[in-house]
Design a binder for this molecule. Structure first.
Ligand code: 1YM
Length: 817
């Protein structure tokens, strides 16, 4: 309650009353965000963007909007822009606030104020309250609505409008319409704050595939990445995209689009020579990883139609078993999309379509269309059935092989691989297995481990790539056989039993080089393709051996990553030295903290350099004359820009930089902005400086960070230590650079690659000891995405792999320097 009155008091008087009700609703969202967006971590954070985009997609589906743009800003705020009609701005007769404000504050505003009762259609999961939920969970939200020749603006802070909707300016083109929403997720609510470009890109690509003709552009101002998703081919292009790294066995994807009453069924399918099945369902463009009635309807129809076709055309001669649905779906990539009036979700995670009427509708519509398709395309039908017959034969062979191994393992009494060192504990919940690359690291791990709880399985060289091998061949491979035996679960449909798993932590431990990363990917491919439940249950981990080794005299340290190395070097230099700042002798901790702040400040400024200019930013932080107030006054602004130009002429930078500033009107916001061109010998950068940036909390944060070190920027620092002697510095930057360098003096820092370079004790201390180690848990958020990663990385096609590696160059670089 205290919070409420506090935020209300910020708001104007008459306005207050109508806000109280709103607050109660929004407060409920802030108290239990999980109820509305699932969680407050990665998924929930990204969900917020989808909710806003969904409103724009609805506008597109209604036929009023052709393009949606999404921009991720440097401060991790996001803007979504559409060119639709613009959210209505008229004042609601009863609530006395604008429709736009209602949409963003009322939890049940789904078009209620539309007299004809034509509630706006909902493509997302929150039935029209998405915008209000996002608003409640945002530090601030800014709306700009172009409508009736004017730009209307509205701002919210933590869900509460700071003043009523206002006209910001006139439009040059009176006919222009659209909605722009910018929001910054509230750091007090979310544990994760950074948007992931690829996650958003994958979702928008998927939406563009599912809504043919829809154009979505995504731009990331943090990295200058940009992509446009626009597919006239819809689902057919979706399947072609998913199969781009695979070898297809018939040319064009099969496409079916049928409707009955209010139900629209759209599917596209194509078989490849791979052994996995990719089947994705959507209901009203919402992904249904849990499957449901649309999926079962499709499967039943496919099995029935293909079996009937095979029998009628005598294609099953000489086969001992029947073709099962699994045989027929080997190598299949299929998208099943259904649009229906009333969604019902089931299952623990509400990701399974429950509408019972859907099963029959899909079954009959798809059945008829497929039957017709196979009759008209007998060659495709025969190719598919031949592949299914092969799959059935392999299934038979694998069954026989499995029976053989089962008998053999019984004879071998429990049959653990000979090279493996098991642990003493028998309770799987307490047991760990380290799967280790190479015999030598395996040897160290065996000696260094805690024998009671930790088992070690060393692998020799690379394991078989299961992406390119069918089940029977896979089971014949020695390294894979060892892994299967060690895990104890068995493998394959009808045979895998997770309750027999012998270790609840399966830790992959490979070297931090190219080979190590390849072996890790091979192991993950095996686990994902053959034991996906192990990942789903959270049993699979990746060991994190240290990246650096620091050696000075007899002192040896292993250091996790670059940040830890920097901290280590600073502490190392400060420790045992006498330091004076402006004649005073501060505590070591204070000196370390000051240098760390300086490093963080410098890093943030450098990061901004990608899209902004670090020198200009530094100046704007250190001298805050240029404000959004000043921006409005052209004369004063010009004066300030002149003095900035003078300043840049007077300072020395590492390369010659030439700055030009041009004022431009920003009529939509009744203010000005500054166009900036920075020329260096290497490149020319153009960008804008506007009030949005000067008013942003992130700019304020940078100013604060600078406040913390400002006092010391030009302090006198004296550093004294035996052997080094006494040194003086007149600036924090010189002092900090010296300390970092001094921390390295006489030491040997090695970018550390092989596990084998550590002796058993070191391996235990750094990587295996549960008290010290860090383990990365392997998670799969999105099965289509995972299928793509493995089929692209491990498949036959070279071009998609090259593209993938290029696009992921940063990640790859981290793995191996
Ligand atoms: C970037 C997000 O929200 N666009 C958007 C939303 C609406 C409309 C147009 C709209 C809908 C209708 C009439 C209608 C919304 N309007 C409402 C409500 N983009 C974004 N574009 N006129 C405009 O459905 O009748 C809710 S969303 F309820 F006010 F009509």
């Amino acid at each position: 309650m205290e919070n409420q009155s506090e935020s209300i008091s910020k708001v104007g008087s008459k306005y207050e009353a109508s806000q109280i009700k709103v607050l109660e609703g929004l407060e409920a969202v802030r108290k239990r965000p999980g109820m509305y967006i699932g969680d407050t971590a990665f998924r929930g954070l990204h969900h917020c963007v989808y909710e806003i985009v969904d409103n724009a997609v609805d506008e597109a589906l209604a036929g009023y909007c052709s393009e949606i743009k999404v921009i991720i800003h440097v401060d991790n705020s996001v803007t979504v822009v559409d060119n639709g009609r613009g959210i209505p701005v008229d004042i609601h007769p009863v609530e006395k606030i604008s429709a736009a404000e209602l949409v963003y504050t009322k939890l049940h505003a789904g078009g209620k104020f539309n007299e004809e009762g034509s509630a706006y259609k909902v493509s997302g999961g929150l039935h029209g309250v998405g915008a209000a939920v996002v608003n409640a969970l945002s530090k601030w939200v800014k709306l700009e609505i172009k409508k009736s020749g004017k730009v209307h603006g509205l701002k919210f802070e933590r869900g509460v409008a700071t003043k009523p909707l206002e006209v910001l300016g006139d439009l040059k083109d009176e006919a222009e319409t659209g909605t722009a929403v910018t929001f910054k997720p509230d750091n007090e609510i979310f544990e994760i704050h950074e948007f992931n470009y690829d996650t958003l890109a994958n979702r928008f690509r998927e939406m563009a595939f599912l809504n043919k003709g829809l154009k979505i552009t995504l731009k990331d101002e943090r990295s200058e990445k940009k992509e446009t998703f626009h597919y006239e081919g819809g689902l057919v292009e979706f399947v072609e995209y998913l199969n781009r790294a695979k070898t297809v066995i018939h040319k064009k994807p099969i496409y079916v689009s049928e409707s009955r009453e209010d139900y629209e069924v759209e599917i596209s399918l194509q078989w490849t020579d791979s052994y996995s099945e990719v089947l994705s369902g959507y209901a009203n463009a919402i992904s249904t990883p849990g499957g449901g009635t649309h999926i079962s309807g499709f499967k039943t129809a496919l099995t029935r139609v293909l079996n009937a076709y095979a029998k009628e055309n005598n294609l099953l001669k000489g086969i001992k078993t029947n073709l099962t649905g699994d045989d027929m779906r080997e190598g299949l990539t299929a998208i099943i999309s259904i649009k229906l009036p009333e969604l019902q979700f089931e299952g623990q995670t509400k990701d399974k379509l429950g509408n019972s009427e859907v099963e029959g509708i899909v079954n009959s519509l798809v059945g008829e269309s497929l039957k017709k398709y196979f009759e008209e395309n007998p060659n495709t039908a025969k190719t598919i059935i031949r592949k299914s017959v092969d799959a059935a034969a392999a299934r038979e062979a694998a069954r026989r092989a499995r029976e053989l191994t089962r008998r053999k393992t019984a004879l071998e009494m429990g049959g653990l691989p000979g090279k493996m060192a098991d642990c003493q504990e028998k309770d799987p919940a307490k047991c760990e297995i380290y799967i280790v690359e190479g015999d030598s690291a395996g040897g160290s791990a065996k000696q260094g481990r805690d024998r009671k709880h930790q088992a070690v399985l060393p692998l020799k060289g690379k394991i078989l790539n299961v992406e390119k091998a069918r089940y029977d061949k896979m089971l014949a491979n020695n390294e894979i056989k060892m892994i299967v035996q060690a895990l104890g679960t068995g493998v394959g449909k009808g045979n895998f039993d997770i309750s027999r798993l012998r270790y609840h932590k399966i830790v992959i431990m490979t070297d931090a080089d190219v080979d190590g990363s390849h072996i890790r990917t091979l192991l993950l491919t095996l686990i994902y393709r053959q034991f996906p439940e192990l990942i789903e249950q959270g049993y699979v981990y990746i060991a994190q051996p240290p990246l650096y080794k620091y050696k000075k005299g007899k002192k040896e340290d292993y250091i996790k990553d670059e940040k830890a190395l920097e901290e280590f070097l600073v502490a190392n230099s400060v420790d045992g030295s006498a330091i004076k700042i402006d004649g005073e002798k501060p505590e070591d901790e204070a000196v370390i903290s000051l240098i760390k702040k300086y490093i963080s400040y410098k890093k943030t400024i450098t990061d901004y350099d990608i899209h902004f200019d670090s020198h200009l930013l530094k100046r704007l932080i250190e001298n805050t004359e240029l404000s959004s107030e000043l921006m409005k006054d052209k004369v004063a602004l010009q004066k300030e820009l002149d003095s900035l130009t003078e300043y840049f002429k007077s300072i020395e930078t590492e390369t010659l930089r030439n700055y030009s500033f041009v004022i431009e009107e920003d009529p939509a916001h009744n203010t000005n902005l500054v166009k900036i061109v920075v020329k260096t010998t290497a490149r020319t950068k153009k960008f804008k400086l506007n009030s949005y940036f000067l008013d942003s909390p992130e700019y304020a944060d940078l100013i604060n960070l600078f406040e913390g070190i400002k006092k010391f920027v030009s302090s006198k620092f004296i550093f004294e230590r035996e052997k080094v002697g006494s040194k003086e510095f007149d600036s924090l930057s010189d002092f900090a650079e010296f300390v970092l360098a001094d921390g390295k003096q006489g030491a040997y820092i090695q970018r550390y690659k092989g596990l084998g370079e550590m002796n058993p004790e070191q391996l235990w201390e750094t990587t295996m000891n549960p008290d010290n180690r860090t383990l990365l848990q392997v998670k799969i958020e999105d099965t289509i995405e995972a299928d793509q990663v493995f089929s692209v990385l491990m498949g036959d096609q070279v071009e998609p792999r090259r593209q993938f590696v290029e696009q992921n160059a940063l990640n790859v670089k981290n793995l191996d320097v």
